[in-house]
Design a protein around this ligand. Structure first.
Ligand code: ADP
Length: 615
């Protein structure tokens, strides 16, 4: 295995819970990790166990009573109806006890399962939300979601269902064992002998089926990923008549899930008949050897009755055992994925000794910054610049030059490989993330609006903002007028990704969100690329007024956007090839001047298109 493959595999094990060594375990170690989550609910947990044990005892008690009754009748000890009624009463009491205990047990376990699934999900989400952007860039949303939904639900099922069955089996078996030992050790051996055979069988098959369950859990995540992808991109799918192609993709993932599940079923169903055969042999032996023991007067007919009745209770747990192992293994596969998420350790965190930025950000410095995305080519090759309060910086250059990467380093989504990025005079890495990001208003290239109203989307950056402040931000962003044109104004609900409004409108709402915060550092990554040039001009004018007292970094493809910037960096293949004001760069007659000539030459046509697309 090459070093990078080994690293990749190690990452998969760490981040996604893919641990093939765990396939050989029946009750894997991940499920045990639920135990600490039970701690806050100790009382409920103990009550659940005690009530379940009580229910099982009440379940077996009538059999003992019937055995005693049989002996009493055969020995002529019963002379009055009252004595029969006494036994009847005992049986009734046992059933009443069963009903009460079972109810308490179910209530305790089912509520416990709900509490735990909530706590586990929140803990996993808590870890997830702290992860650096790289984690999300490398993963599919659908797969992450399936961990938080399907896998956590599997654990809930395990808790409410499988764990009670485990207790049921343990209590039933040990109570039956005790009662039978009390009556006759020979009977105990006949009943428990076959069980001893079944246990290795269970182990043998379950270790084979575990890998299939792991595969099927993973496949389920893959289906979710393809579906999430598909549904988000439905417009593209239909525009390119790619329905069949997408159906084939979903079909492939769904088929993989089906195959893994079918393989698991095949293995399981090879195992279940084995249990039936062994149970059949055991029952046959029970009846014949038990009868023989009655004839040799080793046991009384009453004990034989108790024994036979009790054996019927033993067969159920045995069959459940098969299903249970099934459940446990599915849950183990889910637990592995869930706990892998809980164990996530972000690498972009507050360093030891990190301090809060105590003043407003008034200076940003990049000094000889080099950067490559993990496992990829170098993107930035010694980028340096300085930006001070009241200044704006424009970054231009061809696609892929590394413009957005500079922004990602500014936000500390990633860290430089060498060189240094400073806010005021502190290395970004020496500052607490929260205090540093608090200084920033950011409009990303792919604007994201949450499902909710326009007002909620704008006030996302400052939940305490008043309606006046929200409207003021919207005005600055050139959004107020079109928002007022909506029938419901600021209360208009925008779709999941803001699909009910145009791209340009989305950008302006997102811009308003960043302006509302009145951030010391405003970062605009192609923030007005979908807005028509006339509207953009208005926004630029507003932003120029807004510039006072803050810094602005604007990445733009359209040069008119950054024309008024105090400094413009021209970036080509991660290197700043030119820098200066618009006029200086035009005079230099280099890359920028060329780009400007091309864009102004095309301007009329470009404007027409932009206007058509917007609104
Ligand atoms: P620009 O904003 O100038 O168009 P970017 O900064 O987005 O360019 O990207 C610069 C280069 O880095 C591109 O070649 C791009 O493919 C690559 N890149 C961007 N994001 C990632 C990532 N998360 N992982 C690996 N490579 C990336």
């Amino acid at each position: 295995m090459t070093a990078s493959k080994a690293a990749e595999r190690e990452e998969r094990e760490r981040f996604d819970g893919v641990d093939e060594s765990g396939d050989k375990q029946v009750l894997g170690k991940q499920l045990w990790r639920i135990l600490p989550f039970i701690k806050p609910y100790k009382g409920r947990f103990v009550l659940g166990i005690v009530a379940n044990a009580g229910a099982r005892a009440c379940d077996l008690l009538p059999f003992v009573a019937m055995g005693l009754l049989t002996d009493a009748v055969l020995n002529g000890e019963i002379t009055e109806v009252r004595q029969y009624a006494w036994y009847g009463g005992m049986i009734l009491a046992a059933f009443t006890g069963l009903a009460i205990f079972q109810g308490i047990s179910n209530y305790s376990w089912e509520t416990l399962a709900q509490f735990l699934q909530h706590d586990i999900r929140m803990k996993a989400f808590d870890s997830l939300i702290k992860m650096e952007m790289r984690y999300f860039e490398d993963r599919q949303t659908g797969d992450i979601m399936s961990v938080l939904s399907a896998d956590v639900n599997q654990l809930e099922n395990f808790l409410s269902d499988a764990s009670t069955s485990i207790i049921r089996i343990i209590v039933t078996f040990s109570a039956a064992f005790a009662i039978l030992m009390w009556m006759s050790w020979k009977l105990t051996i006949i009943l428990f002998g076959p069980i001893a055979v079944i246990i290795p069988l269970v182990y043998f098959f379950s270790t084979r089926v575990q890998r299939r369950y792991r595969e099927s859990r993973q496949s389920f995540g893959d289906i979710n990923s393809v579906l999430a992808n598909n549904i988000s991109g439905m417009g593209v799918v239909q525009a390119y008549n790619a329905e069949q192609y997408e159906a084939a993709r979903v079909g492939k993932e769904s088929g993989a899930y089906m195959d893994a599940a079918v393989k698991a079923t095949v293995i399981r169903n090879r195992f279940l008949p084995g249990i039936y055969v062994i149970a059949g042999v055991a029952f046959g032996l029970l009846a014949s050897i038990g009868g023989w023991l009655v004839m040799t007067e080793d046991i009384t007919p009453g004990q034989f009755v108790t024994f036979l009745l009790m054996s019927t209770r033993m067969s159920m747990p045995l069959f459940i055992l098969g299903m249970l192992v099934n459940q446990i293994q599915k849950s183990e596969a889910s637990a592995r994925r869930v706990f892998a998420m809980i164990d996530l350790e972000p690498t972009i965190v507050d360093k030891e000794g990190a301090v809060d930025l105590d003043n407003r950000a008034e200076k940003i410095t990049f000094d000889d910054v080099h950067f490559a995305y993990p496992g990829a080519q170098k993107v930035l090759n010694g980028v340096s610049f300085e930006l001070k309060k009241n200044q704006s910086l424009g970054i231009v250059g061809p696609t892929g030059a590394g413009k957005s990467t500079i922004v990602k380093l500014l936000l500390r989504y990633y860290e430089p490989d060498s060189g240094i990025a400073l806010m005021n005079d502190s290395d970004l890495q020496e500052l607490t993330l929260a205090s540093m990001r608090n200084q920033i208003g950011y409009v990303s290239q792919d604007v994201y609006l949450f499902h909710g109203t326009v007002r909620e989307n704008i006030s996302y950056s400052d939940q305490s903002a008043s309606q006046e402040e929200i409207e003021e931000a919207a005005r600055l962003a050139g959004a107020h007028d079109f928002i007022c044109d909506f029938v419901e104004g600021y209360e208009t609900v925008v779709g999941d990704r803001g699909v009910k409004i145009s791209g340009g409108q989305r950008q302006r709402i997102s811009l308003a969100r960043s302006l509302l915060r009145r951030p010391p550092l405003l970062i605009l990554d192609e923030a007005t690329s979908s807005v028509d040039t006339r509207t953009e001009e208005i926004i630029q004018r507003n932003l120029n007024e807004f510039k006072d007292g803050r810094m602005t970094v604007a990445v733009a493809h359209r040069l008119s956007t950054i024309r008024d910037a105090d400094v413009i960096l021209v970036l080509v293949e991660g290197v700043v090839v030119e820098r200066g004001t618009h006029d200086e760069l035009l005079a230099a007659d280099g890359v920028y001047a060329d780009l400007w000539a091309v864009q102004t030459g095309d301007l009329e046509q470009a404007t027409g298109q932009a206007t058509k697309h917007d609104d």
